[in-house]
Design a binder for this molecule. Structure first.
Ligand SMILES: NC(=O)c1ccc[n+]([C@@H]2O[C@H](COP(=O)([O-])OP(=O)(O)OC[C@H]3O[C@@H](n4cnc5c(N)ncnc54)[C@H](O)[C@@H]3O)[C@@H](O)[C@H]2O)c1
Length: 268
């Protein structure tokens, strides 16, 4: 699906970014993996193979972003796709969250998406052959949890920003879409289980809150990202696709009893 395309994936030293990079590579792309953790991301790139390049990049740093674009073009000539995946999260009561904490989260999860997409889209416009941007939002772009205000704001913001750029750059052949994943099998899921007093009960609880009754593998999101990066999705732009196993479609996890009285009846 992605032969002869060069795709940049941020936050790809592990977790979801690594899964997305794996599938893009399998589909024939040249893949540039960018992450704060340079050593780790170069190891991931080396494991993928000769069409992968690992780059140290703090997405908050304007100079790093320019260098990322320069290094990509130097090595592979063009940029055809970008996945803004790098992200951080924390949970803290709204009334206690500080300006520094707000700014840190917004700078990684929202501000960096704006400025890296701008640099990459300028390059795509120069190349005159369009391109595709995939922004990783979250189920938090629809439903939220207490204590995640900055994350919720950033992930809703990413969807609005994506729609805006999609509309503005459609005439350049550039498409911009979001993926909103549900709970993923990455470090955060391992941390949730480790913090639980009973790991099995924790898994059962979360599975009950996900209609497909399991967490999602990074490579499953990678399959969707590869489709959105490919020419097969040429008519899709400005979309936010929930890849959440049904999580945001479900009102409550389960009924404690069978609602026997709820039969279709004509009124008397
Ligand atoms: N894990 C989930 O359940 C879940 C659900 C929905 C959405 N998401 C989103 O998916 C994305 C990836 O999540 P994950 O679970 O793989 O997280 P993760 O913490 O396992 O991986 C995130 C990667 O981003 C990198 N990173 C962090 N700050 C960076 C910076 N300033 N510059 C460059 N790289 C940086 C980290 O080094 C790490 O490799 C995030 O945007 C997250 O919000 C995750």
């Amino acid at each position: 699906m992605l032969a002869n395309k060069t795709i940049v994936v941020t936050g790809s030293a592990g977790g979801l970014g690594e899964g997305i990079a794996q599938i893009c590579y399998r589909e024939g792309a040249n893949v540039v993996l960018a992450d704060l953790h340079g050593e780790r991301v170069r190891q991931v790139a080396a494991r993928l193979g000769v069409r992968a390049l690992g780059v140290t990049c703090d997405v908050r740093n304007a100079e790093h972003l320019s260098k990322l674009v320069e290094q990509t073009v130097k090595r592979f000539k063009t940029i055809d796709g970008l996945v803004n995946n790098a992200g951080i999260n924390f949970v803290k009561p709204f009334l206690e969250t500080t300006a520094e904490e707000w700014e840190l989260l917004i700078s990684v999860d929202l501000r960096a998406v704006f400025f890296l997409t701008q640099l990459v889209c300028r390059q795509m416009v120069r190349q005159s052959k369009g391109g595709s941007v995939v922004n990783i939002s979250s189920v938090h772009s629809q439903s939220v949890l207490p204590g995640s205000g900055p994350y919720d704001a950033a992930k809703w913001g990413v969807v609005g920003l994506s729609k805006s750029i999609a509309v503005e750059l459609a005439n350049e052949g550039i498409r911009v879409n979001c993926i909103s994943p549900g709970l993923l099998n990455t470090q955060i899921w391992r941390d949730i289980q480790a913090a639980a007093p009973d790991a099995a009960a924790c898994v059962e609880y979360w599975n009950a809150n996900i209609p497909i009754a399991r967490v999602i593998e990074p490579t499953e999101i990678g399959e969707l990202a590869a489709f959105l990066l490919s020419d097969r999705s040429a008519c899709i732009t400005g979309a936010n696709i929930f890849a959440d196993g049904g999580m945001t479609s479900q009102l409550i996890s389960r009924e404690p009893y069978v609602s026997k009285n709820l039969k279709p009846e004509l009124g008397s």
